[in-house]
Design a binder for this molecule. Structure first.
Ligand SMILES: O=C(O)CCC(=O)C(=O)O
Length: 278
């Protein structure tokens, strides 16, 4: 495996960001933009636990006796559970091993609108025209969990700005051109955008092609923004209690790049239907 760092750029001009990274479909870390947000100063599990304890949240719970971060085990066993934010944060502080419980994709500004004023728009970087914004951008979502939570490697159908708000998080990215090394498409996991390879501790006997993969790595600090281009594989691990926010947006470019997964998915659906009528 080859390892590379992801470049950091201090407040790049939006034009430079688009020319060098969005159009080239290449990741970068933007510094000096989000670090002045109120969210960076104020947001923490303690703040949420006292100010918004009653907010309803759903979280991903992965019950497993398998100590490894095996993606197949994760996709088979994970469940979506609901609770109140205050309760989740209490459990996070008191339970001995709570690291397989993770608030993922929480629509924070829909459910706690007051928090919206703690972040600044990133429209000059996403560049979605105002008239198309409601259709081409997804409402930002929040990720909150204790140290060691993992999101196994997968890719998304949109470009993404992942903003680290609290704690540090390590990301490993792998380019779409190397999808074969991640055993894509692996339809048995239920979705084509998942891979069975544990990119932190790969089983090279089972997945020998991964030996030649190139891993782009970065540890995000609070206030840093990682651009994850559409279809880039990414794996995340919180190094400590962490909060992140992500901003997904679509463009003609991202829709074009999702053609292949879409056809793989449709082909599989048709094959399953044909098998069921036989
Ligand atoms: O922060 C995480 O755990 C995963 C984030 C992610 O997968 C995303 O923003 O697409």
């Amino acid at each position: 495996m080859t390892r590379q760092c992801i470049e950091r750029l201090e407040r790049p001009a939006p034009e430079e960001f688009h020319r060098r990274f969005v159009r080239m479909n290449h990741p970068v870390v933007i510094t000096g933009v989000a670090d002045s947000w109120k969210a960076i100063k104020h947001w923490s599990p303690d703040y949420f636990g006292s100010a918004f304890a009653d907010a309803k949240v759903s979280f991903t719970a992965w019950e497993s006796t398998n100590l490894a971060n095996d993606p197949t085990d994760y996709y088979e066993k994970r469940r979506r559970l609901g609770t109140r934010l205050g309760n989740f944060i209490d459990l996070m502080k008191t339970e001995k091993d709570f690291s397989r419980n993770y608030i993922t994709q929480f629509p924070v500004f829909r459910d706690i609108p007051l928090l919206r004023e703690d972040v600044e728009p990133l429209d000059e970087y996403t560049r979605v025209p105002a008239a198309l914004r409601s259709r081409f951008t997804k409402a930002p979502t929040m990720w909150l969990g204790p140290a060691h939570t993992v999101t196994p490697v997968h890719f998304d159908g949109a470009d993404n700005l992942l903003v680290q708000i609290f704690g540090r998080k390590k990301l490993i990215l792998i380019p779409p051109a190397q999808s074969e090394k991640l055993y894509y498409p692996c339809l048995r996991l239920g979705h084509v955008h998942y891979s069975p390879v544990d990119v932190e501790d790969p089983d090279l006997e089972q997945f020998p092609k991964f030996r030649d993969a190139t891993l782009f790595e970065v540890t995000l600090e609070p206030g840093e923004i990682l651009f994850i281009p559409v279809r880039w594989w990414h794996h995340a691990r919180s190094l400590e209690t962490a909060i992140s926010l992500n901003f997904w947006w679509y463009s003609m470019r991202s829709l074009f790049r999702m053609r292949h997964p879409y056809f793989v998915f449709q082909k599989d659906r048709v094959a399953k239907k044909l098998r069921s009528v036989r």
